[in-house]
Design a protein around this ligand. Structure first.
Ligand code: SF4
Length: 366
């Protein structure tokens, strides 16, 4: 999965990632907003500005999403969730200056200026001097004491994803410490630096603590330089059975399922098929199921026919594949197989089947 992810294959757009990017960008916009024209006591403007900026970023993300060939469906109904997440981020910024339980309508220009003043950086690139380790810094805030003196820095990483249960996940903890440690390596005279994951869904802050991770990160960097030969695959239910995005280029899941008798057996199955008949008006199709002819995933037609119905984004994706002149086997991911005609809709991948065999060297074009 990792090796394939580094081969410059087409990436898949996702709603959760787009929502996250729009929320991040809108919070950064709010922090960079020029409010010099607003009198100190003016309130009521922040929710409106927040929504305006979020809408701009939302539309920007939607345009990128729609221009990505591998994409599911854009979910406009996630807008309210985006607003909620933005408000969560604003609540945590208020909390950073010691203000809790304040309606966002009541945020004054003076209060927001106080927050802006403590914002050292938004959306910065963190990079070690040798360029090997990188991170994207969301927020670098000043920590001040009661007398208003700067006593430290806080690296805050905005997280629109699932709230931790009990403690930060090991990988998130490690990620945040890496940001902290790159910052310290690049700023030898920095004050105390602490780091937190800011979960916007419920406005909760989670500290990441522990020893310096840079040495381990460099070791990982060495290990993760992609080799010309594909890495040994990790085949199984937890990897191939789950949400691996690279199945259209991997022969292993297919052989594994064929050998253990689970090919096309479960709902939300993956398949390699030939398109025998297709009605572009209705999306109805007749598929011929294929099986792997060898370890490299060469497709062998079985003669077994299966009716199917392409709809929504699944239909569009099929038509885009056909428009390229592709005539060979097609990979279908996450088909609903429990009805008489298989359903291939907006949640599905529809891609030319193009497995990359093991034992062949691949050199990425730079
Ligand atoms: S399908 Fe399985 S073996 Fe292939 S890349 Fe994905 S996780 Fe790895």
């Amino acid at each position: 999965m990792y090796w394939l992810s580094r081969q410059r294959l087409p990436r898949k757009a996702g709603m959760a990632a787009s929502l996250g990017t729009a929320v991040h960008a809108s919070v950064e916009d709010l922090l960079n907003l020029d409010i010099s024209g607003r009198p100190d006591a003016e309130s009521g403007w922040l929710p409106k500005e927040g929504e305006r900026l979020l809408k701009l970023r939302w539309d920007e993300e939607k345009a990128i999403f729609d221009a990505t060939p591998r994409r599911p469906k854009w979910k406009e109904d996630k807008w309210n969730e985006a607003i909620r997440n933005q408000r969560g981020a604003v609540m945590m910024l208020l909390d950073h200056v010691g203000v809790q339980s304040l309606e966002q309508e009541q945020i004054t220009a003076a209060l927001w200026r106080r927050i802006q003043k403590l914002t050292i950086a938004v959306e910065g690139e963190l990079k070690t001097a040798d360029g090997r380790l990188m991170g994207r810094l969301d927020l670098l805030m000043g920590d001040v004491n009661d007398a208003g003196e700067l006593v430290g820095w806080l690296v805050a990483d905005l997280k629109t994803g699932r709230i931790p249960e009990g403690k930060l996940k090991t990988d998130v903890n490690r990620q945040l410490r890496m940001y902290r440690d790159i910052l310290l390596a690049n700023n030898p005279n920095a004050p105390t630096v602490r780091t937190e994951g800011w979960y916007t869904q419920n406005a909760s802050k989670w500290a990441a603590q522990g020893e310096n991770v840079l040495e381990a990160a460099y070791a990982a960097w060495q290990e993760t330089v992609p080799t010309p030969l594909p890495m040994k695959p990790t085949i199984g239910d937890a990897s191939c059975g789950g949400f691996c995005d690279w199945k259209a280029w991997c022969p292993h899941w297919w052989n594994w399922r064929n050998d253990n008798g689970t090919l096309h057996r479960e709902d939300f199955s993956d398949a390699v098929v030939l398109l025998q008949d297709y009605d572009a008006n209705t999306g109805s199709a007749v598929l011929e199921l294929c099986e792997p002819a060898d370890v490299n995933g060469r497709a062998m037609p079985t003669g077994n026919r299966q009716s199917a119905r392409f709809s929504d984004r699944g239909k569009e994706a099929l038509e885009e594949v056909l428009a390229t002149g592709h005539q060979g086997p097609i990979y279908l991911g996450s088909i609903m197989t429990q009805s008489r005609a298989w359903k291939i809709g907006h949640w599905c991948d529809v891609l030319p089947w193009n497995p990359l065999p093991d034992g062949v060297e691949y050199h990425r074009k730079q």
